[in-house]
Ligand binder design. Sequence first.
Ligand code: FAD
Length: 499
Amino acid sequence: MPPSPIIVWFRQDLRLSDQRALSAAVATQRPLLPVYILDDQAAGAWKLGAASRWWLHQSLNSLSNDLAVLGAPLILRRGNTGSQLAQLAAQSGATSVYCSHCYEPWAAKLETDLKRSLASSNAELKRFSGVLLKDPGTVCTKAGDPFKVYTPYWRAMNAQGAPPQPLPRPDAIKAVKSKIASDALASWGLEPAGPDWAPGLRAAWHPGESGANANLARFLDEGLTGYADMRNRPDKTGTSRLSAHLHFGEISPHQCWHAAAATAARNGDSSGKDLQTFHKELVWREFSYNLLSHWPNLPETPFRKEFAAFPWQEDTANLKAWQRGRTGYPIVDAGMRELWHTGWMHNRVRMVAASFLIKHLLIPWQQGEAWFWDTLVDADLASNAASWQWVAGSGADAAPYFRIFNPVTQGETFDPDGGYVRRWVPEIAALPNSHLQAPWTAPASILSAAGVTLGQTYPHPIVDHGLARLRALAGYESVKSANTPADRQDLGRRFPATK
Ligand code: FAD
């Protein structure tokens, strides 16, 4: 009897290097059937957003080309994962499915269901780690509980030692001999069709494993030294821009971790703050998955239950102004336009724009989360939900609600020369730095010299910062009064002063 084939089921691990499921399958010397299944129904409310679908199309194209070079075509299927895998097993004679563990609640449930259904037809599902540096559940408190606060999580993870070194890319793959039908990628309609809103995404990104590696190499050359200081500057390319590549698994966090460590060592800076800061950011991703896998309602409900009592306002006009980058606050508008054009926004500006929606406009964080989900190329259930809850103050280890970002001073501090605002809000580019972040403070003569007519060429601010701040604090009072005395004490202890 020839050995039965293995289905290598690609998910959020669209790469060939450091792909544990693939390497384990290759090591068996059995024939392989690489497969990707688009199962929108399983993902339910969290099926991929529009920008992610655009990215997925490019990424599958790239993976498909890379696999073809190694001798095994990628089979594409759409629909119910269980039925598709059963069909593929029947058509190819496969008795094993190898895949990477995924941690979204729907993805974890799918794995459990598949394990059972495959076992009932004498097939096995083998799951491998690699999407994360550490499986959630392997980093916990001494009492065995999940961490709710980042810093002890980081310390506990560090105490376990460095993550494993990445695995090499296989040299060749023995493919199944039988001809197995595959969907044509174009038939999935992942790319926008009329209107084509993706030119900005195409100009900004090169999805796929080679694009991921090129981005990492660029970051190691140009960005790692100075990262700790420059990562907060949206006007510079001070961060790695690896988030979408990491989300789709075109590069593993292990590769990023070790490549950064090796570069820092070569630069004589192996214990320096740039490397540690970069590693810590990778661990924020881990921490977010730790929260999501232990609190699966994180994307929908406030982690701190008392925030359910917050007096949110439904305001379609303000929500639209925020989405379109027309709030009248240049740093917020620049961020929202960067997002719309490129599918990405700098982290500092994400925090400012999210805070503005939640605290200045009192719009529920879930509505901002949904917009990011649809428009970000790096939309990630864990990082998006944990970050929105962090900004809202309702998260596990969150910024205190009463610490309200001032969008003007944030702009002045982190975009000091105005390069970021001028790039994305060109209609106010001719304003001098002294008024760029707050055009309404400019005298009429300066506005006129810069060709700015507030209310016509650029909006008046849709809310007044001072009043909005007081209103947000008043809203927060209702949350506090919903707290238990113990919660109040806890908040007071952790966040003793407003900023
Ligand atoms: P770098 O600074 O180079 O960091 C390296 C990697 O570390 C990133 O690629 C990312 O994987 C991880 N990382 C960095 N910061 C964070 C963080 N705060 N939380 C989790 N992981 C982090 N990130 C996403 O990947 N997907 C999201 O959907 C997402 N939504 C966000 C929503 C809000 C409201 C906010 C404030 C942040 C969100 N982030 C999200 C986190 C962060 O903004 C992005 O990961 C980061 O901007 C990506 O840019 P980079 O790759 O250049 O980051």
